[in-house]
Design a protein around this ligand. Structure first.
Ligand SMILES: [Zn+2]
Ligand SMILES: [Zn+2]
Length: 352
C-alpha cells in the first residue's frame, strides 16, 4: 500500500503535524487525486486559531487543485487519468430529500472536504496533504488550461459562492447592485456583476479593500452608509437598489441590504455562517415593498462550473493574481498559517 503525507490538525492548541497516512484502497466511484495546490481560506485560519470548531483529528483545506491519478470504476464523463481538476466543496448522495429538491449542498449525508473527522475509511479528506480521495457523488471539473493552480483554487469556494449568490439574486445587466464586503468573496461577486453589466456600489470599512474593489469592477466604493444611500438614490431615480448582497458577515450590513432595496428588490445574505445576533426588520417593509430575502450557504454543483468558466474568461481582466501571497511546502504548513494571518488579506497557498 502506498503512503501519502498530510498535515493533521489535532486542535487549535497543537501545531499541525505532518504525518504519513496510508492511501486506502478506492471504493466504487472514488478517485485518488494528487494535490498540486491548496489555498488557505479564512475559515481554515479561524479553525487553527480556535475561533471555529471542527471535529479532530482532521485535514484542513478545501480550496484545492490536483491531478487525477486513479479511479475505481468508470471516471466521471469527460475526465481521464492525469486531468488537472477541482471539485465541489462537498460530496452528496443524490437521492435524499434535499438532493431531490436541488439542494445538494444540504444533503443529509453531506461529506464536506477539509471539514471531516479522519477515519480509517476516509483518512484523506482535506487539501493540506499530498493526496485526497474524492468520494462518489463529488462534482469534479477539469481546470481550464490557461488558469494557474492558485486562481483555479479560488473557484471551489469564494467564486462558486459568488456565482450562487448572483444566480439566486437574478441580477440582470443594467441593475444597480449593492455589495457589502470586498474580501475575496466580495471581489468575486463584484467582478461577476461588472462582467454582467451591473452598476456595482460597494461598501467596506477598509481602505485597502475599497481600493481593490475598484480594480475588480466596482462602480463606486463607500465607507459611510449615508453616502452609499445617497448614491443608490442618485443612481436609481430614488427607487433603491435592484439587488443588495451581504458578503461581509456583519450584522448591520444585513440590515442595511433590506433598507436599500427598491420595491420588488432582492437581498441575498451569504456572509454570515456563524451566529451574529438579531437584525430588526419590520415585516411591513417586506410586505408593502414586495421584497425578497434569500440566504445562500455552500453552493450547488453547477455554480462551480459557472465559476471556472468565469475565471477562464476573466483571470487577466481582473487582477486575481494579486490576491495571492507566498506559497509554502507542506512541511512548512505552520509557517504558512502564520504568514496567512499576517498577509493583509492575500491568499497563502500550500504546495505539497
Ligand atoms: Zn474557502
Ligand atoms: Zn443527499
Amino acid at each position: 500500500m502506498s503512503v501519502a503525507r498530510a498535515a493533521i490538525f489535532h486542535g487549535h492548541d497543537h501545531p499541525l503535524a505532518v504525518e504519513e497516512v496510508p492511501i486506502p484502497s478506492l471504493k466504487e466511484g472514488e478517485c485518488l487525486v494528487e494535490i498540486a495546490c491548496c489555498s488557505l481560506c479564512r475559515s481554515d485560519l479561524h479553525t487553527v486559531c480556535g475561533n471555529r470548531v471542527e471535529p479532530t483529528p482532521t485535514i484542513l483545506g478545501h480550496e484545492i487543485v490536483g491531478r487525477i491519478v486513479a479511479c475505481e470504476g468508470p471516471l466521471p464523463t469527460g475526465l481521464t487519468i492525469g486531468d488537472r481538476v477541482t471539485w465541489g466543496i462537498a460530496a452528496s448522495c443524490g437521492v435524499c430529500f434535499f438532493c431531490r429538491q436541488g439542494l445538494r449542498q444540504k444533503c443529509v449525508s453531506l461529506f464536506k472536504y477539509g471539514h471531516m473527522e479522519l477515519t480509517a475509511e476516509h483518512p484523506l479528506s482535506g487539501g493540506l496533504a499530498s493526496h485526497i480521495v474524492l468520494r462518489a457523488g463529488t462534482p469534479i471539473y477539469k481546470v481550464p488550461t490557461h488558469l494557474s493552480d492558485e486562481i483555479a483554487s479560488l473557484a471551489n469556494c469564494s467564486t462558486s459562492t459568488a456565482a450562487a449568490v448572483i444566480r439566486i439574486a437574478e441580477a440582470q445587466s443594467g441593475d444597480t447592485v449593492v455589495v457589502f464586503g470586498a474580501g475575496v468573496l466580495g471581489l468575486a461577486a463584484i467582478s461577476m456583476l461588472h462582467e454582467l453589466g451591473c452598476q456595482v456600489l460597494v461598501f467596506d470599512p477598509f481602505t485597502s479593500a475599497r481600493e481593490r474593489a475598484i480594480t475588480f469592477g466596482a462602480t463606486a466604493v463607500f465607507h459611510d452608509l449615508d453616502a452609499l444611500r445617497a448614491a443608490v438614490s442618485d443612481q436609481t431615480e430614488n427607487r433603491g437598489a435592484d439587488v443588495a448582497l451581504e458578503l461581509s458577515g456583519v450584522r448591520s450590513a444585513a440590515e442595511a441590504t433590506v433598507n436599500l432595496l427598491r420595491i420588488g428588490g432582492t437581498a441575498v445574505w451569504a456572509g454570515t455562517a456563524s451566529p451574529v445576533g438579531e437584525v430588526p426588520i419590520d415585516p411591513e417593509q417586506v410586505v408593502r415593498r414586495l421584497l425578497t430575502l434569500r440566504g445562500m450557504h455552500n453552493y450547488a454543483p453547477e455554480d462551480l462550473n459557472t465559476a471556472l468558466e468565469f475565471l477562464d474568461r476573466n483571470h487577466d481582466v481582473y487582477p486575481f493574481a494579486e490576491l495571492f501571497g507566498k506559497s509554502f511546502p507542506l512541511e512548512k504548513v505552520n509557517e504558512a498559517f502564520r504568514s496567512a494571518n499576517d498577509s493583509g488579506g492575500r491568499r497563502i497557498t500550500v504546495r505539497p
